[in-house]
Design a protein around this ligand. Structure first.
Ligand code: ARG
Ligand code: ZN
Ligand code: CA
Length: 407
């Protein structure tokens, strides 16, 4: 029971009742159980449901050893996993049992490294800070510069992700919406972050961040943090307790409503990274409900912190106090051009992750849209008639366009 309590503490969201500046609407955190009114197909919330939401991310890397100072490649590999998992583009959707496939939801949420800091200056979206702390526990010290960590950025504009050496019992933890502003975000162990680098098997597929961000977007654990508890999500079956390792389907437990048993492959269970592969439709509705007008994450609807090629306003970078501020010269290349079957779009010094690449005919008819999940994407042109097309990435600001000739 003690172990259970410890695990639940470490794996759960951290709530604080103290009166502090809160991220989002005051009141959600105090509810503890955090039950939002879920949209029931009414038009105004459906708008958010089907809308792509872009979340600017700031990564605080805290390192005491060189190994803990994870590479940019490792960070980008985590972003790629998030952009797959939150768009049902993960390769392992095929592992979702057939009976659960109709329940699988596509959140249409994209995550991008911030390009603008809180003062409107250019940033890589990654802050690397040396710390004398050899490891951290789930007491939030990593969120405070004064405690060997790094202060949060404005949580109405950025998802703060702290990557550090966490005590081995915990892979990560996340906060629910509506909590204290300076603690809002997720913490993930450096050795369970992303898919490349020094990683701890079987947590080497980036699913700890997927899970913790699920909490940040209001989701509870599938077993409701109690024996046969309730996660207030209708389409996740009730289950007795959390699952670990890699169960085989069906896995029945004490309160299974039917022969399909536990949805142990849900991202909000505790199975191995390689054995979780879905959010449900109702979990997606719950997450999307945070973004409706007045909702605790609604400030992200018009997020622009990933959009800018160059710094806007504010002073130019001074000696950064832990802030990795460099003015980057962005490049985007499109090749081969003329293209035959495929065209590759490659970017550097500028994040287009989270945007959509659109292809238009010369007369302005949209024929393709492809989510940009990585710095380098390949667009398949087979099936597209030969001709001259316009590629567009970006919505309103910093729109990038190129002419593509398809032979
Ligand atoms: N908060 C949970 C823990 O620290 C995260 C579990 C994530 N599960 C995973 N397969 N990555 O254990
Ligand atoms: Zn959890
Ligand atoms: Ca449920």
């Amino acid at each position: 029971m003690r172990l259970l309590a410890t695990i639940l503490f470490l794996c759960s969201v951290v709530l604080s009742a103290k009166a502090q500046r809160r991220c989002g609407t005051v009141g959600y955190a105090q509810q503890g159980a955090f039950a939002l009114n879920r949209p029931v197909g009414n038009a105004s919330t459906d708008t958010v449901l089907n809308q792509r939401i872009n979340i600017p991310v700031i990564i605080h890397v805290l390192y005491n050893t060189a190994e803990q100072n994870i590479s940019d490649a490792q960070i980008l590999s985590q972003l790629a996993v998030l952009n797959e998992d939150y768009n049902r583009l993960n390769a392992d959707t095929v592992m979702t049992p057939n009976v659960f496939k109709p329940l699988a939801g596509n959140a249409k949420i994209s995550f991008c490294l911030a390009r603008l800091d809180v003062k409107g200056r250019a940033t890589t979206g990654i802050i690397r800070t040396y710390t004398t702390q050899q490891s951290f526990t789930a007491n939030d010290a990593m969120k405070y510069s004064a405690q060997g960590g790094d202060d949060a950025w404005d949580c109405t504009k950025y998802l703060n992700i702290w990557v550090c050496n966490l005590d081995s019992i915990s892979l990560g933890y996340g906060t629910f919406p509506g909590g204290p502003a300076d603690r809002d975000g997720v913490v993930v162990g450096y050795n369970v972050f992303g898919t490349v680098g020094v990683l701890r098997t079987p947590f080497n597929k980036g699913r700890t961040a997927t899970h913790e961000i699920g909490h940040w977007l209001g989701l509870k654990h599938t077993w409701g943090d109690a024996i046969c508890g309730d996660d207030s999500i209708a389409d996740t079956p009730q289950q007795e307790y959390y699952n670990t390792g890699c169960p085989s389907f069906p896995h029945l437990s004490a309160c299974s409503p039917n022969a399909n048993g536990d949805m142990f492959m849900d991202f909000m269970d505790f199975t191995d990274d390689g054995c979780m592969n879905m959010f449900t439709v109702d979990q997606v509705m719950e997450m999307k409900s945070l973004f409706v007008a007045g909702g605790p994450r609604s400030s992200f609807l018009n997020a622009y912190q990933c959009d800018s090629l160059m710094p806007q306003g504010g002073a130019l970078p001074q000696t950064p106090s832990g802030i990795d501020t460099v003015v980057v010269q962005p490049t985007i290349s499109v090749y081969p051009n003329p293209a035959h079957e495929k065209v590759t779009i490659e970017t550097s010094g500028f994040s287009v992750i989270g945007k959509t690449a659109y292809l238009y005919t010369a007369t302005g008819i949209k024929i393709l849209d492809v989510p940009v999940t990585q710095p380098k994407i390949t667009v398949n042109l087979s099936g597209v008639p030969a001709g001259i097309y316009i590629l567009r990435i970006g919505e309103v600001t910093n729109v990038f366009t190129a002419k593509i000739i398809h032979l």
